[in-house]
Design a protein around this ligand. Sequence first.
Ligand SMILES: *[C@@H]1O[C@H](CO)[C@@H](O)[C@H](O)[C@H]1NC(C)=O
Ligand SMILES: *[C@@H]1O[C@H](CO)[C@@H](O)[C@H](O)[C@H]1NC(C)=O
Ligand SMILES: *[C@@H]1O[C@H](CO)[C@@H](O)[C@H](O)[C@H]1NC(C)=O
Ligand SMILES: *[C@@H]1O[C@H](CO)[C@@H](O)[C@H](O)[C@H]1NC(C)=O
Ligand SMILES: *[C@@H]1O[C@H](CO)[C@@H](O)[C@H](O)[C@H]1NC(C)=O
Ligand SMILES: *[C@@H]1O[C@H](CO)[C@@H](O)[C@H](O)[C@H]1NC(C)=O
Ligand SMILES: *[C@@H]1O[C@H](CO)[C@@H](O)[C@H](O)[C@H]1NC(C)=O
Ligand SMILES: *[C@@H]1O[C@H](CO)[C@@H](O)[C@H](O)[C@H]1NC(C)=O
Ligand SMILES: *[C@@H]1O[C@H](CO)[C@@H](O)[C@H](O)[C@H]1NC(C)=O
Length: 485
Amino acid sequence: TVAPLGVSQKVIAINNQFPGPLLNVTTNWNVRVNVQNNLDEPLLLTWDGIQMRMNSWQDGVAGTNCPIPPGWNWTYQFQLKDQIGSFFYFPSLGLQRAAGGYGPVTVNNRAIVPVPFNQPDGDITLFIGDWYTKSHTELRDMLDDGKDLGIPDGILINAKGPCRYDTTLVPEGLQYEIVGVEPGKTYCFRVHNVGTSTSLNFRIQNHNMRLVEAEGTYTYQQNYTNLDIHVGQSYSFLVSMDQNASTDYYIVASPRFVSSEARWHDVNGVAILQYSNSKGSASGPLPDAPDDFYDKYYSMNQARSIRMNVSSGAARPNPQGSFRYGSINITQTFVLKNESPLRIDGKRRRTINRVSYSPPETPLRLADLHNLTGVYKTDFPTMPSNAPPRRASSVLNASYKGFLEMVFQNNETDVQTYHLDGYSFFVVGMDYGEWTPNSRGSYNKWDAISRSTTQGLPRRVDCGSGVARQRRHLEYTCRKAGQLV
Ligand SMILES: *[C@@H]1O[C@H](CO)[C@@H](O)[C@H](O)[C@H]1NC(C)=O
Ligand SMILES: *[C@@H]1O[C@H](CO)[C@@H](O)[C@H](O)[C@H]1NC(C)=O
Ligand SMILES: *[C@@H]1O[C@H](CO)[C@@H](O)[C@H](O)[C@H]1NC(C)=O
Ligand SMILES: *[C@@H]1O[C@H](CO)[C@@H](O)[C@H](O)[C@H]1NC(C)=O
Ligand SMILES: *[C@@H]1O[C@H](CO)[C@@H](O)[C@H](O)[C@H]1NC(C)=O
Ligand SMILES: *[C@@H]1O[C@H](CO)[C@@H](O)[C@H](O)[C@H]1NC(C)=O
Ligand SMILES: *[C@@H]1O[C@H](CO)[C@@H](O)[C@H](O)[C@H]1NC(C)=O
Ligand SMILES: *[C@@H]1O[C@H](CO)[C@@H](O)[C@H](O)[C@H]1NC(C)=O
Ligand SMILES: *[C@@H]1O[C@H](CO)[C@@H](O)[C@H](O)[C@H]1NC(C)=O
C-alpha cells in the first residue's frame, strides 16, 4: 500500500519494489525469470518490445500463454537478440499496469559491439505515466460498463507524485523523485511512458536531451528540448549536466492532446534534477510545453525527425548490416482502422475494422500446438468497412516470412498508440487524414526508425472537436482563422 498522490491505495509491487527491480542484461544472454504470482488474480508479465521472433511462448500475452494462476509460479526463458537499449516489463492482463507491476529492462552491448556514443557516466531510469487513485479493478469495471476513465488524478514519475511546484495545486507532504547528479557528467536517461491513456511531453528544465535510442534502435542523434512520449513508448537520451548549479531543475511530464477541461491543468508529473553542488531549490513556473496551437505539425514533425542511424553497427533489427527494408517487396497490406466505441450487444466496445477482439479461453498458440480447430478464425478484415460491429476471436491471416505493410488509421479524436508485441516495425510514414495508396510516395524508405510502439495522432485538430489545445487561461481557441470560442 502506498499513497503517491496522498490517497492510500494498493499497488502491484515486484520483490517489494514499485517500480520493480532492474533486469540488467546483455545481448546474447539467456535470461531466466521466475515469476511468482502472489496476486489474487491471474498474471502474465510481458517484456515490452523485446523481440521474441522464435520464442513467442515467452512473450507473456494472452495470445500465447495461459495466465499464471494466483499462488503459482512460472519461469520465463529467452535469449536476447541484437537489440540494445531501454525496455520495460509489465503485467499484460486486465489493466493491471494501472496498478504498477512494471520495471526496467536494460539491454547492454557486448564488449566487442561498439555503441555510437561515449559511455555515459551513469544511468537514470524514469517511468512516467498517468495515475488514478481508483484501483485497477474499479477502472476495469468502468471500461466494462462502457465508461471512459476520465481525467487521471495525476502523473507519476517513478511511482511518486509531483514536487510542490505550485502550492495551490500540490498538497503538502507528497514524496517526489529527486534525481541526484554530478556537475559536468553525462547521464543516460531511460524514459518510459507506462501510463494507461495519456500522451506525455517530457522535458528537463534548461537541459538538452540528445536522443540516442528508441526501443532497440540507435537513432540519428539530435538534441531535443522536449519530446512527446506516448503510452508504451521508450527512449534513451544523453543529458549533460552543463548548467549552473545555482538552483535545482524541474523534470516535467505533462499531458498532451487532451481535452480543454480545466482539470487537465492540474495534472503534471514533476521531479527534481539536483546537482551535488546545488545552491537552491527549483522555483518559478514549469518550463513551457510546446505550443502546437500555431503549428499543428509540431508533434508529427518531431516524430518524423526520429530516424535510425544507418551507419551505426548494432542495435538494429538485422545484425548483418544495413537492412534495406525499402527495397523489399511488400507481400500483404493491412489497413487497420479504429473508431469511437461502437455498440455491440448493448455495450460500448472499441473495435478495429469493426472487430472487437475477444480472447478465446485457449490461447491461440496453444490451440496451434494442440491442433485444435475452431478456437479462432483467421478472418480478420484486411480493410476497414461498414460491416456491423462484432466481437470475435478473429486473427489476421499473415503469411510466414511475408513482408507486411500495416496502416493504422486513427479515426478517433484522441491519440492512440499501437504496439506489435514481440516485434519491431519500420515507421515509414505518418500523416493527418485518410491513408491512400498514394501515401506510399512519401514513405521513408531509407532510415525509418524500427520500433515496437507507434502513435496515431487524432485526425485533425478541428474547432470544437475537443482536442483543440488547452490554453493557460482556458480559452478554447481554434486554428481556423478568426474563430474563437
Ligand atoms: C549493468 O550491467 C553493466 C554491464 O554488465 C554494468 O556495467 C552496469 O554497471 C550495470 N548497471 C547496473 C545499474 O547494475
Ligand atoms: C514453482 O512451481 C513449481 C511447480 O511448477 C514448484 O515445484 C515450485 O516449488 C514452485 N516454486 C515456488 C518458489 O513456489
Ligand atoms: C551514427 O553512428 C556512427 C557510427 O557509430 C557515429 O559515429 C555517428 O556519430 C552517429 N551519427 C549520428 C548523427 O547519430
Ligand atoms: C546538444 O546539446 C549538448 C548539451 O547541451 C551540446 O553540448 C551540443 O553541442 C548540442 N548539439 C547540437 C548538435 O546542438
Ligand atoms: C550562473 O549563475 C549566476 C548567478 O548565480 C549567473 O550570474 C551566471 O550568468 C550563470 N551562468 C550561466 C552559464 O548560466
Ligand atoms: C520485387 O518486385 C519487382 C516487380 O514485381 C521484381 O522485379 C523484383 O525482382 C522483386 N524483388 C524481390 C527482391 O523479390
Ligand atoms: C499436430 O499436427 C501436426 C502436423 O499434422 C503433428 O505433427 C502433431 O503431432 C500434432 N500435434 C498434436 C498435439 O496432435
Ligand atoms: C490465408 O492466406 C493464405 C495465403 O495468403 C491463403 O492461402 C489462405 O487460404 C488464407 N487462409 C484463410 C483462413 O483465410
Ligand atoms: C472517421 O471516418 C469517417 C469516414 O471516413 C470520416 O467521415 C470522419 O471524419 C472520421 N472521423 C475522424 C475523427 O477521423
